[in-house]
Design a protein around this ligand. Structure first.
Ligand SMILES: NC(=O)c1ccc[n+]([C@@H]2O[C@H](COP(=O)([O-])OP(=O)(O)OC[C@H]3O[C@@H](n4cnc5c(N)ncnc54)[C@H](O)[C@@H]3O)[C@@H](O)[C@H]2O)c1
Length: 309
């Protein structure tokens, strides 16, 4: 399927890592030109090389999201080399596992700056241009912790939740200009980050990493961590013309992508309940709003297969 993003310029953060790298490569495979940004410049280069090796076009940037002073210069460089940013994938680094108590204001400030203020400031820099050109995509990657807080991920649960309110508000502000804003809510996808979290939990609980990983996987009905390519497929899905315009909320559960709220894009996704039998889906009566928000999660459900909450 043609996603309609050939030649579009995508800026992907954290693109030297598992999720960002997969998203960057998938968007490139769909025809986008990629600005591959990561605090680890060499990791950004590796992803950019993979994209070029597959026939795509990419610019690697060493970019620390904790440093707000570099945003304008980096955005200008992308514009000079690739063109203005059409697609922004906000994928920040993750904070260390902590409880919410006792971190101190400096730790909160540092993580709020690199995980939230950076996203807001980069969007402030590039989204007005998307609005002027009448097309844009802003995909903000958070965590399933914004839906249900995850034990010992206090910083992540708290700080990322601010991005949900920000993205929903932005969606309403810029939807009429052809810019869609969506949040992706990954659960446990097999990357270096998840390995590090398993190691940390194993050390805290004095168990082996294998035991911790097995217990985690046992709670996942498909019996495995997600693959970064599956996450990237969701990011790619959100690029399609019509998807961000027509969807209010979707949840990716273990058996696939299910409509979870008002479904206003017939044919885009399987519909639930009566809609499956050709009748209107719940909520279908309300007209589609350009600024509607999609909420996606790759978190496996504890609910029975095929059941939709
Ligand atoms: N993997 C999962 O299952 C999962 C689930 C929920 C949330 N997340 C979150 O998604 C994000 C990406 O996760 P991942 O699994 O790809 O991890 P990862 O460790 O593979 O990649 C993270 C990337 O972010 C980069 N990074 C870190 N700090 C940065 C900074 N200040 N500026 C720019 N880049 C920076 C790292 O260099 C790394 O390349 C993280 O915030 C993680 O907490 C991941």
């Amino acid at each position: 399927m043609d996603l309609g993003i050939t030649g579009r310029v995508a800026l992907v953060h954290g693109a030297g890592g598992g999720l960002g790298g997969a998203a960057a490569q998938r968007l490139a495979a769909e025809g986008a030109v990629i600005a591959v940004a990561d605090v680890r410049g060499e990791a950004a280069e590796v992803t950019a090389d993979r994209i070029r090796g597959a026939g795509g076009r990419a610019l690697a940037l060493e970019w620390d999201l904790g440093d707000l002073s570099v945003i304008d210069a980096n955005a200008t460089r992308i514009e000079d080399v690739l063109g203005p940013v059409d697609i922004l994938v906000n994928n920040t680094g993750g904070p260390p596992p902590t409880p919410v108590l006792g971190n101190g204001p400096d730790t909160w400030t540092d993580h709020f700056r690199s995980m939230v203020l950076s996203v807001i400031a980069i969007a402030d820099r590039v989204v007005p241009g998307m609005c002027d050109r009448g097309w844009g995509r802003v995909v903000t990657s958070t965590s399933s912790g914004v839906v249900a807080p995850i034990a010992d991920l206090g910083l992540s649960n708290s700080v990322r939740t601010a991005l949900v309110g920000w993205s929903k508000t932005l969606a309403r502000e810029v939807g009429g200009a052809g810019v869609t804003c969506n949040i992706v809510v990954p659960g446990r996808i097999g990357t270096a980050r998840v390995r590090a979290l398993d190691e940390s939990k194993a050390a805290r609980e004095k168990r082996s990493v294998g035991e911790v990983a097995d217990a985690s996987i046992a709670s996942i009905p498909v019996g495995r961590y997600g693959d970064p390519a599956e996450y990237a497929a969701v990011v790619a899905f959100l690029q399609q013309t019509g998807v961000g315009l027509a969807v209010r909320k979707y949840v990716m559960r273990r058996r696939g992508l299910l409509a979870h709220d008002a479904q206003r894009s017939p044919g885009a996704l399987p519909q639930r309940g009566r809609a499956r039998r050709g009748r209107p889906a719940a909520g279908a009566a309300r007209p589609a709003r350009p600024a509607d928000e999609a909420l996606l999660t790759l978190r496996p459900s504890r609910y029975a297969p095929g059941r939709v909450r």
